[in-house]
Write a protein that binds this ligand. Structure first.
Ligand code: DAH
Length: 434
């Protein structure tokens, strides 16, 4: 095996230990005795580029669109729900699949769909991998936000690493709470043969959990859209009450009945979450035979792309200040596209005309640069300014950043433009070049 891959696996193990040392909840616990590594074997298929994403914690950054989305969900559910966002992505296949009643031959288990460190350890494919463990740990109501990993197709909306929020809410059987406001979105006829209620529960308990689930998640979606509308420029376009939703029947091995929630967005139905009444066998094995409850899992990228108008999923991983600088905590702002091509920067310094003749205005310089560079100019900034102690003349230095939206610019063409700016400046601006 490739040495650099080994190093990355070691680094990841270190991270795992650091998280544990910092008291972060760790569910996918190492059982490989005191061995310092996840020894690769025939099952190993993680790659360097995937491992390099581990630990980036985009969902933990309060001013990152994914962190902002997670923050809104947390805000909606409030303090009654314990919040986890730092659980290691390394889990056992047992946690990722068996604990959730996945059949032994489920395609998700295959090496072509999931990333394995070796036959005993993998990168979680969904946040549900931690459900059983967190319930066993005494969490009755919780949210878990995390990075998840799947081998998948490549396009603008798919990336092998993405983020989900998992939510769980348990009640004692026979004491299911009624939601504060009822669910209103269109629902399929409840509990048909293909999407049955669990016979171990009283019918009214299951129905009450389904109602609490639907009301809670509809409220969450309204909250997300309301938060987005209250900050965006054209927020009036969809106020929270206008979000159209519908429930559709679904299948998950770990819930019954199971549903998906769809939202009418951009002239089509967009599926945004999966949920259902937790299989009683999961609760029994987690030491809660007395309980009944619901769970949901929502992907953050698709919703963030819609609300922040981010056109390409790869942008979430950008470390470019032109991307990151566009967002601030607890606000939804619409993404402004920027060029992926490199910039070329040139300075121009000059003495201003004496104020008595023709006062200098920076806008005149900006216009001159636009005239010479067209759309190749991205930014012009005053970077230095001083008054000569003897002559009293004022000097300005402007930094001009050139960049094309659609191609690489050459040094020669920028030198040429800059030369023409310099050539015309004295006459048009009455300045004296330095
Ligand atoms: N884990 C599912 C997925 O990644 C989403 C999901 C569905 C989570 C139903 C749940 C649930 O907790 O109850 O597709």
């Amino acid at each position: 095996m490739d040495q650099r891959l080994l190093q990355l696996i070691r680094r990841m193990q270190l991270l795992h230990h650091q998280m544990r040392a910092r008291g972060m909840p760790l569910v996918g616990r190492l059982n490989v005795c005191r061995c310092r590594l996840y020894p690769p074997d025939a099952q190993t298929n993680v790659t360097r580029s995937i491992l390099s994403r581990v630990g980036r914690g985009l969902h933990q950054q309060p001013a990152h669109p994914l962190g902002i989305m997670a923050g809104f969900i947390r805000e909606y559910f409030g303090a009654r729900y314990a919040y986890h966002d730092a659980i290691s992505p390394i889990v056992s296949p047992a946690a990722n699949f068996e604990s959730l009643c996945f059949p032994a031959d489920h395609p998700g288990r295959s090496r072509s769909d999931s990333y394995y460190l070796n036959r005993d350890w993998m990168l979680r494919t969904h946040t549900s991998a931690h459900q059983a463990e967190l319930i066993r740990g005494g969490n009755d109501r919780f949210l878990l936000t995390a990075d998840v990993y799947r081998r998948d197709e490549i396009d603008r909306t798919h990336y092998p690493v993405f983020h989900q929020v998992e939510g769980v809410c348990l009640f004692p059987q026979h004491a299911v709470e009624a939601p504060s406001t009822p669910a209103t979105a269109a629902s399929p006829a409840n509990a048909c043969d293909t999407n049955p209620r669990q016979p171990c529960y009283r019918r009214e308990d299951s129905m009450a959990v389904e109602e609490h689930l639907k009301a809670s998640l509809e409220g969450m979606v309204r909250h997300l859209f309301a938060r987005a509308a209250s900050h965006s420029v054209d927020g009036a376009a969809h106020t929270s009450s206008e979000v159209q939703m519908r429930w559709v029947d679904a299948y998950f091995p770990f819930t019954s009945p199971s549903y998906e929630l769809e939202v009418w967005y951009n002239e089509q139905w967009m599926e945004i979450l999966g949920c259902g009444v937790i299989n009683h066998s999961i609760l029994e094995r987690a030491g809660r035979p007395d309980a009944i409850g619901w769970a949901f899992g929502i992907g953050l990228e698709r919703l963030a792309m819609a609300l922040f108008r981010i056109p390409d999923i790869r942008l979430f991983w950008s470390e470019d200040a032109r991307f990151l600088g566009q967002f601030s905590p607890a606000k939804v702002t619409h993404f402004r596209p920027f060029s992926p091509y490199p910039s070329c920067t040139k300075d121009i310094s000059f003495w201003l005309p004496p104020a008595t003749t023709a006062p200098f205005h920076p806008n005149d310089l900006f216009e001159l640069v636009r005239d010479m560079a067209g759309d190749l100019v991205e930014d012009v900034k005053l970077v230095d300014q001083f008054v000569h102690p003897k002559t009293g003349r004022e000097s300005h230095c402007y930094r001009i950043m050139y960049r094309s939206m659609d191609r690489n610019v050459t040094n020669e063409e920028i030198n040429d433009i800059q030369a023409r700016v310099r050539e015309h400046a004295p006459k048009r601006l009455q300045v004296e070049l330095r």
